[in-house]
Design a protein around this ligand. Sequence first.
Ligand code: 9MR
Length: 417
Amino acid sequence: MHSKALLAALLAPAVVTAQLHQLAVAAGLKYFGTAVSEGNVNSDSAYRAIVNNKNEIGQLVPENGQKWDATEPSRGSFSYSSGDIVPNIAKANGQLLRCHTLVWHSQLPNWVSSGSWTKATLTSVIQTHISNVMGHYIGQCYAWDVVNEAVADDGSWRSSVFLSTFGTDYFAIAFKAAKAADPNTKLYYNDYNLEYNGAKTDRAVELVKIVQAAGAPIDGVGFQGHLIVGSTPSRGSLATVLRRFTSLNVEVAYTELDIRHSSLPASSSALATQGNDFANVVGSCLDVAGCVGVTVWGFSDKYSWVPSTFSGAGAALLYDSNFNKKAAWTSVSSVLAAKATGGPGVSTTLSTSVVTTTSKPAVITTTSTAATTTTSSASGAQQTHWGQCGGNGWTGPTACQSPWTCQVGNPWYSQCL
Ligand code: 9MR
């Protein structure tokens, strides 16, 4: 969707700063979204303010609350106290909701994983779980991750109580149960490391074909996108992998994007590389007709699963732990803005001549010191490193603490670099 009217509104001097979801929609995606931590969203007001900013975040997904261990901790006993937290915020704000997840080997209560099942009894357990949980959220979810991470890292089928009971037949059982429970949501297979186009990706392609051959409905494949700075595939390679799935008549999305530094603190060149990696991922989604959106797995380095899982690694998100926008934020906003205003690969000059994109959708380099559209109301205040210092509608500080200078990323965003 390249709505001229929407674009004109974005470029109009009177509007507030264009932000990621707004830019994503202008660039043709359905949403830019994030996972939301149930544990922090009601206790950290700075975190909550960004979650609530629907121009920035147009889609939410509960980080943990809808998983099996939270929703059906003992057989037949359903609880939605944690699961409802994020859907209720999305509803109040008018944001899209992705729902996550139904059949997964992890965060699976012992009564399921250690139970002694026949095919018939475990089928009934899966159907009961899916019909109750999806029934509870009926009509609220743009998409559901029905089966999660069913392929192991080496490309074999992942061991689980589901695989040992059914072989691969549990995929179709789950997707059929999901269709029966909510016929109007998109049903996804979701996994990580599909981005590298290796044995794991081949097996995920096979999974989609198995589900389809069984006459079961599958609408999408989620690329989680848990990636590493400097090892993220190129935009073209990523688009090629996405197309392996869209050619099977399913949509695709990045569902859990984060790009971690292997060691910390990250140097400024590592932060710029991270920005390029983010731009390549988001750019690949823009390049593929069936790629509907991008969801980051959290937005601030203050809260991320990464450091506790990968020792010494982290800083994988778009905002730092003080909620300042990082170089990666600028890169994502730039690649979205480039597409919204004429597409990557085209040399584009925006209305105020403050930004020129080249064929490389990376961090946009500029020479101006401030956007012509910037207004200032915070005289005397100086922004910190990486902080915003200008852009359409920006009313915060326009000066930077030494030695940083205010550099224009795009008409909507200047940053202290
Ligand atoms: O971010 C989630 C973290 O809080 C949990 O402790 C963890 C437990 O498995 O799950 C994390 O989310 C995972 C997601 O549900 C599925 N893909 C991988 C994500 C990161 O581990």
